[in-house]
Design a protein around this ligand. Structure first.
Ligand code: KIV
Length: 273
């Protein structure tokens, strides 16, 4: 359990996140994709669990987030909602599930909510997908926006480099953020943009802004769980702080198990019937 002073027993809601922003209390968000780790994350007192489409990379081993399907996202989100007692669970809408038309977007969002029990959806993009977001919001489904580096557009960007360094893209991002707030999104993720721009967005909108590679001037932070626990390897962007080295811990434990099996020191007399 973390040492923060937050009321750890109370269920986190979209309204509560807004109150946290108003109080200046930072929001801690992490991804999770399965029951066992989601339970640990929830018990540790995280505010929001994101069932990110990063599951495509982390859980399935795809090189991008594009291949993961709506069915797969629903599966992962269901695993997480089975575990989460306190955290707000937000599920990413995967590539191809909302860009076609707004009715398809609504249908996808309803499937996520009905079949997984997630409490909100997250969608990448601004003005171009306004109609889809509005239709989802009209159905009473809370929406978290996502601007800046939007990995589902990797084939358009051609790189995972920092976004919105130039004035035109920065101004567009600010307009998109204001639009997302105006139409009723409850929160917004800003990924890999200059810290000064992210801080400006967070000060200009009243909804909580959660950053990843967006500096400290926002209302909260999100990291991919496997990255911050040191399970994934070969991915070391500047913004990633590793809080553990679980790949070494797991490797050592499995190595010891293999040795014990080979040397017949496992199971011992006490470990058998
Ligand atoms: O899919 C994901 O994990 C995300 C976070 C990086 C914000 O969208």
């Amino acid at each position: 359990m973390s040492t923060n002073t937050v009321d750890n027993a109370r269920k986190v809601t979209t309204m509560r996140l807004r109150e946290m922003k108003e109080r200046g209390e930072k929001i801690a968000m992490l991804t999770a994709y399965d029951y066992s780790l989601a339970r640990l994350v929830d018990e540790a007192g995280i505010d929001v669990i994101l069932v990110g489409d990063s599951a495509s990379n982390v859980m399935i081993g795809n090189p991008t987030t594009l291949p993961i399907t709506l069915d797969q996202m629903i599966y992962h989100a269901k695993c997480v909602t089975n575990a989460a007692q306190r955290a707000l669970v937000v599920c990413d809408m995967p590539f191809g599930s909302y860009q076609g038309n707004s009715k398809e977007a609504l249908h996808s969002a309803i499937r996520i909510m009905k079949e997984s029990g997630a409490e909100a959806v997250k969608i990448e993009g601004g003005e171009q997908i306004r109609e889809s977001i509005e239709r989802i919001l009209c159905a009473g489904i809370p929406v978290m926006g996502h601007l800046g580096l939007t990995p589902q557009s990797i084939n358009k960007f051609g790189t995972y480099a920092v976004r919105a360094r130039g004035e035109a893209e920065a101004e567009q991002l600010l307009r998109d953020a204001l639009m997302l707030e105006e139409i009723g999104c409850f929160s917004l993720v800003l990924e890999k943009i200059p810290a000064a721009l992210a801080a400006r967005v967070a000060s200009e909108v009243s909804i909580p802004v959660i950053g990843i590679g967006a500096g400290s001037g926002v209302d909260g932070q999100v990291l991919v769980l496997q990255d911050m626990l040191g399970i994934t390897k070969g991915f070391s962007p500047k913004f990633l702080r590793r809080y553990a080295d679980l790949s070494t811990t797991i490797n050592t434990a499995i190595g010891s198990y293999i040795d014990d099996v080979k040397n017949v020191t496992f199971p011992s007399a006490e470990e058998q019937y």
